[in-house]
Write a protein that binds this ligand. Sequence first.
Ligand SMILES: Cc1ncc(COP(=O)(O)O)c(C=O)c1O
Length: 400
Amino acid sequence: MPFLSAALDRVKPSATIAVTDKARALKAAGRNVIGLGAGEPDFDTPANIKLAAIQAIEAGKTKYTDVTGIPELKEAIIAKFQRENGLVYKPNQVIVSTGGKQVLYNALVATLNPGDEVIVPAPYWVSYPEMVALAGGEPVSVVCPADTGFKLKPEDLEKAITPKTKWIILNSPSNPTGAAYTRAELKALTDVLVKHPHVWVMTDDMYEHLVYDDFQFTTPAQIEPRLLDRTLTVNGVSKAYCMTGWRIGYAGGPASLIKAMATIQSQSTSNPCSIAQWASVEALNGPQEFIPANNKAFKERRDLVVSMLNQAKGIDCPRPEGAFYVYPSCAGTIGKTTPSGKLLGNDEDFVTELLESEGVAVVHGSAFGLGPAFRISYATKTSDLEDACKRIQRFCGNLR
Ligand SMILES: Cc1ncc(COP(=O)(O)O)c(C=O)c1O
């Protein structure tokens, strides 16, 4: 349609949102559907955080704020980076935006010129390549298969770097695989990156707090201080603090980059919601005890789902280090036929037929750049997970 921008030809709508919408529509039509597509904790926002928002409203903190965030939240972010990551930032090196999503998008819009390449290890969060393309850059996907733990190997990183590479996007723990880099694995990558001073590092640490079995989270600038002046360390309150709807994300990085991102934000959305900012001050500065309590539940669910999926015929499910996703292969089901006569030609057929016949909504792996596989979000109540895994076992068992 001539009215629409050519930029739209470069982007696809989100597959994860599409699955969630389809599951919702089937539910509304009276079907018994279990949705395992959405990437958000089922736990409610903690009461102290909600109270901080209520108090902010009552105190009239309802006006525009500084574009890059209220000073109190920036101080809380600076303290968090120092306390948890050993990273030292000044207020002009921090920005608060409407979700981590806007942080990432601002950074790409502020830096990419046509032809600039961004290395995106696959499987990747669906938005990375689309945001890069929208910002006029070229996403360069590097496939990281299950037998490397879905992690980028230093030699593959080295091969992917060209004179046009502007950024590499790292995401650990990962959406969609849950894979997280150990300190040694990350060090092997930062050793490559120090040799290529034109490559900047965008690290998406959104799932930092969601790690299990004593896994120690680390972030690139913490491991390799020589990368600090070309690293954007992105984080947010959505996942660990159960605040997806509040829309607060933030980043620390070089002042010149943060200033450029602030310029983009000042001419598009201005400050993120003032009330959500005050709630986030409480999230970062307040009690943190609910995080290990939630993680205990997530770990139990992960173990349940991995074990039950590995009992399904044709499914192979690795046990990831973190986040709330598993990324099983369904290679053993491809080429088989459902009782109704549908041939499963790829993972998209697998998830479509699974939803049709058993009412379980999951997202196909090819949407994340590596199939045949699918992503399950286990941020759902345990009884539903158990039921969903039984349905997947039955679906796979009925294939011929
Ligand atoms: C890897 C990753 N990064 C960033 C985000 C965006 O988070 P938000 O915009 O809610 O802060 C998400 C949300 O699903 C994610 O999975």
